[in-house]
Design a protein around this ligand. Structure first.
Ligand code: URA
Length: 269
């Protein structure tokens, strides 16, 4: 096939592929209309939400939104008056330092003490993920089902950091295996961050949430866990909170959590 030269009047100019793709995606409506997203999340009727947008009270990723804007709530940060739409009237977010011996469930048929009995009964909240009965440390409880769902989804990869007191002092080989991935009966674990701040104490950061994962990982490399404490959930830490104590998250923490559930790991500002 003859190749047309620049200046040749018969030359057909093909836009580069990326231009074609960009033009195509601009034609396609992406995501949901902002007023619908706000209305579904309880910010008022569609009419009220349209007014909030027209009044310039709504931003998407920091820029004032215009009516008709479409958003993808998995990736776009939508705020009303500077508050992430995850933070709606009536939503509560508690950070609990779970003591050993308390069950992470909303109701225990055997009548044992549960985490929801430690925080206020109303509005009703649910734990996000779970800690074993013997595990201590940070646990989030909320009635924000949307955020809970997103945080619990392994694809969002919110990091969880643990301190584990183990049998013996793992050597380089065991640490490497923990870091690279350990073969468990439900498959190999994803790469983890692992350090040994003092002999027999491991700091382990994972983003999966498999049942008894840290205990099973340590056991698999020959160092069973004696004590396990979760010290961080994504951007949330609190070294002041004593076992059995809880507090509400600040707005900055909720915002940071919403961002980390969307894959953004910037620290709390
Ligand atoms: N990994 C465990 O083994 N137990 C927990 O409670 C949490 C993570």
């Amino acid at each position: 096939m003859p190749v047309a030269e620049p200046g040749d009047p018969d030359r057909v100019l093909e836009p580069p592929l990326w231009e074609q793709l960009a033009a195509k995606s601009a034609e396609l409506p992406q995501g949901e209309r902002l007023q619908k997203v706000l209305a579904v999340r309880g910010w008022g009727s569609r009419r009220v939400c349209e007014d909030m947008i027209s009044d310039g009270r709504v931003t998407v990723n920091g820029a004032t939104a215009v009516l008709g804007r479409r958003v993808d709530t998995d990736h776009d940060l939508v705020e009303v008056d500077g508050v992430p739409i995850g933070v709606k009237p009536g939503l509560v977010y508690y950070l609990l330092n779970k003591p050993e011996g308390v069950i992470t469930t909303a109701h225990d048929p055997q009548g044992r003490r549960t985490v929801v009995q430690i925080v206020p009964a109303e509005p009703r909240v649910y734990p996000v993920g779970r800690l074993d009965v013997a595990t201590e440390g940070l646990l989030l409880l909320t009635n924000d089902g949307d955020l809970a769902h997103r945080l619990a989804h392994p694809s969002h990869g919110v990091e969880k950091e643990y301190l584990a007191e183990v049998d013996g002092a793992p050597g380089g080989g065991a640490l490497r295996r923990l870091r690279d991935g350990v073969e468990l009966d439900d498959g190999i674990t994803a790469p983890a961050k692992v350090s040994q701040p003092s002999p027999g104490v491991l700091r382990i950061t994972i983003h999966e949430g498999r049942n008894r994962q840290v205990r099973r990982m340590c056991e698999a490399v020959g160092h069973p866990v004696h004590r396990l404490v979760r010290v961080r959930i994504g951007p949330l830490r609190d070294a002041q909170l004593k076992p059995g104590e809880w507090r509400e998250l600040s707005q900055a923490e909720v915002r940071s959590l919403v961002e980390s559930a969307a894959g953004d790991t910037r620290p709390i500002r």
